[in-house]
Design a protein around this ligand. Sequence first.
Ligand code: BGC
Length: 730
Amino acid sequence: MAQNIPVYLDESKPIEQRIDDALSRMTLEEKIAVIHAQSKFSSPGVKRLGFPDMWTDDGPHGVRPDVRWDEWEQAGQTNDSCVAFPALTCLAATWNPQMARLYGESLGEEALYRGKAMILGPGVNIYRTPLGGRNFEYMGEDPWLASRMVVPYIQGLQSKGVSACVKHYALNNDEEYRHQVNVVISDRALHEIYLPAFKAAVTEAGTWGIMGAYNLYKNQHNCHNHILLNKILKQDWGYDGVVVSDWGGCHHTEEAITNGLDLEFGSWTDGLTMGATNAYDSYYLALPYKRLIQEGKYSTKELDEKVRRVLRLFYRTTMNRHKPYGFLCSESHYDAALKIAQEGIVLLKNEGNLLPLTSHLSPLKKILVVGENAIKMMTVGGGSSSLKVQKEILPLDGIRDRFKGVEVDFARGYVGDTIQSYNGVTVGRSLYDLRSADELIAEAVEKARQADVVILFGGLNKSNHQDCEGHDRQQYELPYAQDRLIEALVAANKNLVYVNISGNGVAMPWLNKVPAIVQGWFIGSEAGEAIASVLAGDVNPSGKLPFTWYTSLNQCGAHALNAFPGIWREDHQIIDEEYKEGIYVGYRWIDKLNGKSSKPLFAFGHGLSYTTFSLGKLTADKKEMTQDDQITFTLPVTNTGKVAGAETIQLYIHDVKSSVDRPYKELKAFQKVYLQPGETREVSLTIDRRALSFYSEARSEWVAEPGAFEALVGTASDRLPLRLAFTLKN
Ligand code: BGC
């Protein structure tokens, strides 16, 4: 029997051999078919040979409900109500790679149940400006943090036999003109800031999929960009997976043939419109490609290379018989969503220890919850990450549930976005309210006077020009007259807790008046429970900001240099966006300002706790290191407070003298440590030459220059009390 199994089906044979065999059996038509979509989210396998269709789906926070074959409306399936995991900004805010692993594994199991071979995520575009509409889907401003968090996410997901599709490669840092933006950037900024997380995804996590971005770089669309795909991704990083176009990101058959695109999805196709149905044969890599081969303009060299990669993906996913079983909405997935949310919530401010509510204000008799975001589902909307959830605990419900026995009243406070549906997924709870801002504020103030504590849930939401795909925010200030509401509330009741729901920083002109501020992100199915547990003190907050929270846009390099959103060319087809701030993104820019109006509202890496920690003496295992060496820094960390908690020790490198301009400091290692009251643990952080390197434009490679360095260690980018000098030898 066994000798009759063809090589391509023989599991005892190496995958590359099986690919060769399958390739040799495929017709030109079959090869062309597997490199482009057949529906909104699937591409065909090779039925004659027994390769099933390949289904992909968004991503990145849960498995998107099925849409119809060729339309964006949801298909109305009864088995696609999923768990929504916290948005990736929240995951990044945990600063805990184990949470990323758990996230990937849990999502992978949901994807398996739904028959998806590939999840369109995670997203690792850098938070360049707080106006970026999709920042909530990404992992913040720092390339090291994003790299450490993306690797375990991918490994967890792929451990289930589900491919990641890391997006959007590359330089898709804003949304408004995402199809027309041509990013102009130095090689240094490209390699030091915008590529590291993608590189880690490829070289460390071994991602099987990567999604090209919509925008252009060096005047070429990134879904068929020679430098990004052929040169950097495939040649330099040795990537062996598939490059998937973003939906509609492919624009040119010949560029797609030669410049590294492997799998085309979502095209509108030449001469057709969005309304054309089942236009898949007209895709750039469909009949137009076949014709060019038949006419002799191309051999099948490039085609075979693409098919090889697609077959490799099949063997890793659809053809892998050893995948575990998937399951949906399991207790373990809800637990994972809850845990990640609880670890990612950031306590930004806690004057007079107003929080946790249970310890300070007892006996608490009356809580007033205010704000639309306390009663609004945040899993529906925002673009392709929109979900159809089995459940989403809203903040008001979470608080009512946690504070049973306490009277919990509610006032709307403001009206923002009342449309609660996306692609046919509707929420079913009306948010219409026709009262004016004055009336809403007056009601909230009146109720606030009667309450022991007021918890306001405000911030942004998932509608256009908020935190939403396809558009950027138009202002840094809070929308919907929330600033007025906050001022009025705190004047009426000084015990105001402001919970900000967003994936971006917002202006807080009232910062000094509001005693307690919590960053609540978009945290998915368990939102209400997670937030209530932190406010109550059942969970001690340990999240740290994955981005700099600016006082105003002027503190952000891209805005200070007027380098956003770019300048339209005369024909209004392309907008050139020059990243003039270069490598000075986030805290790197803040440091460069060097004290000149540079204190942000909250620094990168900031986040408070209900306990206190003390850091002991910082030591290193050596004073000098070589290019092949490592150096380990160690310090004792003690929980000096009364409750258990976690602190994240952060290590930044300062290059004392360099031949090029360098940021004052850069994050190069971190470690989260959990401590019981009174407990001390040693935390060790190890780095090697990569932590000391910059990308040399002259040599087109990473270079660590010998000389003096300093390790700066502490608990936030603006709280680094420990310093240790060391030397890199020749
Ligand atoms: C988004 C991608 C998404 C794709 C499929 C695109 O518009 O940019 O992130 O995966 O649609 O929904």
